[in-house]
Design a protein around this ligand. Structure first.
Ligand code: C2O
Ligand code: CU
Ligand code: CU
Length: 483
C-alpha cells in the first residue's frame, strides 16, 4: 500500500507541542514532508487500530489515511483549499465537512449535492473556509456504519491571529461498540435502538485510544478542542479540580463563560473549545468524568501533572475572546418564523433521562410512518443518508432572516444538525440563551423547545437531521431550501 503522510499540516508553528514536552494529544508538530497546506489527499481505506489499549486486540477499522482519527486537516481562514478524496473502500462514500459554510456542491450529501464516490474513484472538494474554528469531517453515505467503523477526522481552521496559549490540544472523542475479540460489533441499524438512544457503544477513545492519562504542567494555559464524533453517545464532561472556560461552540466563538454546573454538554457532532488554566499540583492526577447517562458515569481520562516546577505562578494574563467569524446577524424583528416538530421514537418514563436501552417502552407515534421509519419532522420521515428527489420541508428566500422553533415532542435527546449555516440559539423553553452561542448542531432535550435564528444566505438544498446516526437513518431528517 502506498505510504500516506499521517498529517498534512499548514505551516505555522504556534500549534506545536511545547519544547521538551512529550504529549500524545498535542496537535502534531510540522512534519518535514508536509505538502502544501492548500492541497490534501485523503483516502478512505480499511486499516487496523489498537483502540482499547496496548494489551488489547487490534480492531479492523475504516480510516482516512490509515489512522483513527483520520488525517488532521488544518486550514487557514479565507484561503482556498482543495481536498482530493479517494475511495478505497468496497462501497460508495462521500465526505461532509461538518460545520463549514461552503458552496452547496461541496457539502458531500449523496444524491442531493453530488453523486456518491464509487469504489476506486475520487472526488475533489474545493472551498474557502470563511470561519475559523474547530470542525470535523465524516462520510455522508451509509453513515451509521462508515462513521461507526472509524471514518472521521478533525478539521481545524486557524484564526488569523491565534489565541495566546501555551498549548493547543485536540481531544477527538469517539465511541465504539467492540466485541470481546476486539472487533466492531456487527449489525448496524438495530430497529429497537434506532427508536431509542441509538447505537451507544462500550469504549470511548480520545484521539484514537482509550486514555489513562494526559500530561500537563502546572501553570500552563491550554486551549482544548473537544470533538464528539460518536454515533449516539451524548457526553457531559467534568474536570475535577479545574474550571474550564468555554470560548467557542461548534467552531463559533462565544462570550467566554464557565458552563452551567461546570459540565460541558457535548452531543454527537458538537465541538466545544475551552481554555484551561492548569492549576493542579505537580505530580497529582485529576479525573475527567463523563456522567451524562444516569448510573453510567465513567472516567474519560486523568489530567496527570508532571513533577516539575510550575511554568508560572499566576494564570497567563491574556484575553480569552476569540475574534468573531463573519456570520450575518439575523434581524429578529423582520424574520420569517417557522416551526419544526420532532416526533416519534419510543415512549417510556423509565427512559426519559436518556438512559441507554433500559427495558422496552411503548411504541408511540410510530404508526403511520412507513418504510421502517421511527421518527419524523413535521409529520414527514426521510430515511437514509440523503438521496435525489428529496423535497424540502421549508423554503427560504435568500437573504431573509429566519427564526426556527424546534419543538421536541419525543422522549429522547436530539443533536439537530443544520448543513450550510450556523444558527444563533436564542432561547430554550422560553428562557434566553446567554453568551452569544452560534451552533450548527443544536442539542434538544426531551420535550424541550429551542428557538434559533439565522440568515438564509447560502443557496441550495441543505440537510437538517439528527446527528444520532440511527435517528437520522430512521427518519429524523429533512431538507431546507434556500432559493
Ligand atoms: Cu455531520 Cu449531515 O452531518
Ligand atoms: Cu454538517
Ligand atoms: Cu435524534
Amino acid at each position: 500500500m502506498k505510504r500516506e503522510p499521517q498529517y498534512l499540516v499548514a505551516r505555522r508553528g504556534v500549534l506545536q507541542a511545547g519544547a521538551g514536552l512529550l504529549f500524545a494529544a498535542a496537535l502534531p508538530p510540522l512534519p518535514a514532508w508536509s505538502v502544501s497546506p492548500d492541497h490534501y489527499r485523503i483516502a478512505a481505506a480499511p486499516a487496523r487500530a489498537r483502540l482499547a489499549g496496548p494489551d488489547r486486540p487490534e480492531t479492523d477499522v475504516w480510516t482516512y489515511n490509515g489512522t483513527v482519527p483520520g488525517t488532521l486537516v488544518r486550514l487557514r481562514q479565507g484561503e482556498p483549499t482543495r481536498l482530493l478524496v479517494e475511495n478505497r473502500l468496497d462501497q460508495e462514500t462521500t465526505v461532509h465537512w461538518h460545520g463549514i459554510r461552503l458552496p452547496n456542491a461541496m457539502d458531500g450529501v449523496p444524491g442531493l449535492t453530488q453523486p456518491p464516490i464509487r469504489p476506486g474513484e475520487s472526488f475533489v472538494y474545493e472551498f474557502t473556509p470563511q470561519d475559523a474554528g474547530t470542525f470535523w469531517y465524516h462520510p455522508h453515505a451509509n453513515s451509521l456504519e462508515q462513521l461507526g467503523r472509524g471514518l472521521a477526522g478533525a478539521l481545524i481552521v486557524e484564526e488569523r491571529e491565534p489565541m495566546a496559549v501555551d498549548r493547543d490540544l485536540l481531544w477527538f472523542l469517539a465511541d465504539w461498540r467492540l466485541t470481546e475479540e476486539g472487533g466492531i460489533a456487527p449489525r448496524f441499524g438495530n430497529r429497537m435502538e434506532a427508536a431509542m438512544s441509538g447505537r451507544v457503544g462500550n469504549t470511548v477513545t480520545l484521539n484514537g485510544r482509550a486514555s489513562e492519562a494526559e500530561s500537563f504542567r502546572t501553570g500552563e494555559r491550554v486551549r482544548l478542542r473537544l470533538v464528539n464524533a460518536s454515533l449516539a453517545r451524548i457526553m457531559a464532561l467534568r474536570f475535577e479540580g479545574h474550571s474550564p472556560v468555554t470560548v467557542a461552540i461548534d467552531g463559533q466563538p462565544c462570550d467566554p463563560h464557565e458552563p452551567a454546573g461546570g459540565r460541558l454538554l457535548l452531543g454527537p457532532a458538537m465541538r466545544i473549545d475551552v481554555v484551561l488554566d492548569m492549576q493542579g499540583e505537580p505530580g497529582k492526577r485529576y479525573a475527567v468524568i463523563d456522567d451524562f447517562y444516569d448510573g453510567l458515569a465513567y472516567r474519560l481520562t486523568e489530567l496527570a501533572y508532571e513533577e516539575r516546577p510550575p511554568l508560572r505562578t499566576h494564570p497567563l494574563d491574556a484575553s480569552l475572546d476569540l475574534p468573531r467569524n463573519p456570520l450575518p446577524e439575523p434581524d429578529l424583528a423582520t424574520a420569517d418564523r417557522h416551526g419544526l416538530t420532532l416526533q416519534g421514537g419510543m415512549m417510556s418514563g423509565m427512559m426519559m433521562r436518556g438512559g441507554v436501552m433500559q427495558g422496552a417502552g411503548m411504541m408511540h407515534g410510530m404508526m403511520g410512518m412507513g418504510g421502517g421509519a421511527a421518527w419524523a419532522i413535521n409529520g414527514m420521515s426521510m430515511t437514509g443518508d440523503g438521496h435525489a428527489g428529496m423535497e424540502p420541508a421549508l423554503t427560504f428566500q435568500r437573504g431573509r432572516s429566519v427564526v426556527l422553533k424546534l419543538r421536541n415532542e419525543t422522549a429522547w435527546w436530539h443533536p439537530m444538525h443544520f448543513h450550510g449555516h450556523s444558527l444563533r440559539v436564542l432561547s430554550r423553553n422560553g428562557k434566553p440563551v446567554p453568551h452569544r452561542q452560534w451552533q450548527d448542531t443544536v442539542l434538544v432535550a426531551p420535550k424541550e423547545v429551542v428557538e434559533a435564528a439565522f440568515v438564509a444566505d447560502n443557496p441550495g438544498d441543505w440537510m437538517l437531521h439528527c446527528h444520532v446516526m440511527d435517528h437520522q437513518m430512521a427518519g429524523l431528517m429533512t431538507v431546507l431550501r434556500v432559493d
